[in-house]
Design a protein around this ligand. Structure first.
Ligand SMILES: *Cc1c(COP(=O)(O)O)cnc(C)c1O
Length: 461
């Protein structure tokens, strides 16, 4: 079927429908970027040529998924699309019970509310924004127990998403197992740059938590990308299918939250999957309050059908190889051109190291924000800041947080862009890199109170 050695990662699909893109001039981009306050979040999508802002909900669906949309059973209760989705979650992820939700955070809300009591601790392999927020809103405190290597952008550890078992056991001993409702395990850790966790590590976490009667809830948002890395990098998995690896992986956990807008190739959707009947029953009661009846959870029947079919396509080896292959292709070309990026190359995104890229711009002049703006100006490619602007301010002192990492994220939607689009992106970044000495920093002229990176405005210095 495939020849690992010689064939490239080329796309296992052809294009049937196209969405025209607006080609703009540098002069035009100067104008609209200024109007957008040098913040790529404030650009209009139609002014963007290649949109690498996020891989969330930006996927291209297949003809099989679109055909499924026409088979939407929009009954209020008992939609047949729900049963298809339930069947596929049971078959591929292996959990017994399914509660659909409108997207990932809907599932995080339910599980946090059910399992977390005030004063509890939730250890995990690096936080994710919405996951941690729901844990905190339920009265818990998130504790990062990821291995130290995850915090070092140059460390080439193949499984930077691994949990440090010593840190986890120390916490259990310190606060007591009854204060830890579950370990929150993310598969390919988004905030560490899309880095995977190994099967061996998850198995050890299972053994340790079983000893203390602590559950594991998986953030399965990018578990299929994680399964691919296990196949490629972990001993003993080379000859296993993505399907087998995913099934084994989930078997070491008690349940999962899912943002289907990533791995599952849809534009909206999510779910909570569980093995424990009592927890499921509570989730099924609560979902009615916050999302919708337990057989649609805030989704149309057609959305559930697209998700059910998306699972079947997402676990296909040729698909996942091309998806991650595309990200690797861009990352490797950037490495070859001596562009500083976070290593190793992650599953869904590439992170430019803006501190190394623009060493003459001090952090207070927003080097990553500046770099994202310059890349847009050069080519119409939209990326986003993950540095001092995203980090926000310290509530007590009012000063900026000064994060160690000043990054620009290039996130790749699935099945959307061609290799030529990748080449434009690479060429543009190289061009900006060659002219980096002439780039000046930015000054913040408007700062929103919450999550400022979305709406902050800047001026050129
Ligand atoms: C996107 C994401 C979520 C939240 O899901 P939404 O669908 O955006 O609500 C949770 N965890 C991870 C790792 C994510 O990437």
């Amino acid at each position: 079927m495939h020849n690992l050695k010689r064939r490239s990662w080329a796309e296992p699909f052809k294009i049937k429908m196209v969405e025209p893109l607006k080609m703009t001039t540098r002069e035009y981009r100067e104008k609209v970027l200024k109007e957008a306050g040098y913040n790529t979040f404030l650009l209009k999508s139609e002014d963007v040529y290649i949109d690498l802002l996020t891989d969330s909900g930006t996927n291209a669906m297949s003809e099989y998924q679109w055909a499924g949309m026409m088979l939407g059973d929009e009954a209020y209760a008992g939609s047949k699309n729900f049963y298809h989705l339930e069947h596929n979650v049971q078959k591929y992820y292996g959990y017994k019970y399914l509660v659909p939700t409108h997207q990932g955070r809907g599932a995080e809300h339910l599980i946090s509310k059910i399992l977390i009591k005030k004063g509890d601790y939730i250890p995990g392999n690096m936080y994710f924004t919405t996951t941690r927020l729901h844990q905190e809103l339920a009265g818990g405190t998130f504790i990062d127990v990821i291995i130290d290597e995850a915090h070092d952008p140059q460390n080439e550890h193949p499984f930077k998403g691994n949990i440090d078992l010593q840190k986890l056991e120390d916490l259990i001993k310190k606060v007591g197992p009854q204060k830890i409702p579950y370990v929150s395990v993310a598969a390919t850790v988004n905030m560490a740059g899309g880095q995977p966790i190994s099967m061996a590590n998850l198995k050890q976490v299972r053994e340790l938590t079983s000893k203390y009667g602590i559950k594991i809830i998986l953030d399965a948002t990018r578990a299929i990308e994680n399964a691919y890395f296990i196949k490629i990098r972990e001993e003993g998995y080379k000859d296993k299918s993505i399907e087998e690896i995913l099934y084994e992986f989930c078997s070491y956990t008690d349940g999962a939250t899912m943002s289907a807008k990533k791995d599952l190739l849809v534009n909206i959707g999510g779910f909570l999957a569980l093995n424990d009947y009592d927890i499921f029953e509570e989730a099924r009661n609560l979902v009615v309050v916050y999302e919708g009846l337990h057989t649609y959870g805030g989704l149309a029947g057609r959305d559930m059908e697209a998700m059910a079919r998306g699972i079947e396509e997402a676990i296909n080896y040729d698909h996942i190889r091309a998806r991650i292959g595309q990200v690797e292709y861009v990352g490797q070309k950037l490495i070859d051109a001596n562009i500083p990026i976070v290593r190793p190359i992650g599953g869904h995104a590439i992170f430019l190291d803006a501190k190394k890229f623009l060493p003459h711009i001090p952090q207070i002049q927003f080097p990553a924000q500046t770099l994202a703006a310059e890349i847009y100006l050069d080519s119409g490619v939209r990326t986003m800041e993950r540095g001092i602007v995203s980090a926000g301010r310290n509530k007590e002192t009012g000063d900026h947080y000064y994060p160690k990492l000043e990054l620009v994220r290039l996130t790749f939607p699935r099945r959307v862009y061609t290799q030529a689009h990748c080449d434009v992106t690479i060429e543009s970044i190289i061009e900006v890199f060659e002219n980096r000495d002439s780039i000046r920093g930015l000054k913040m002229i408007y700062e929103p109170k919450y999550l400022r990176f979305f709406q902050a405005r800047f001026e050129r210095l």
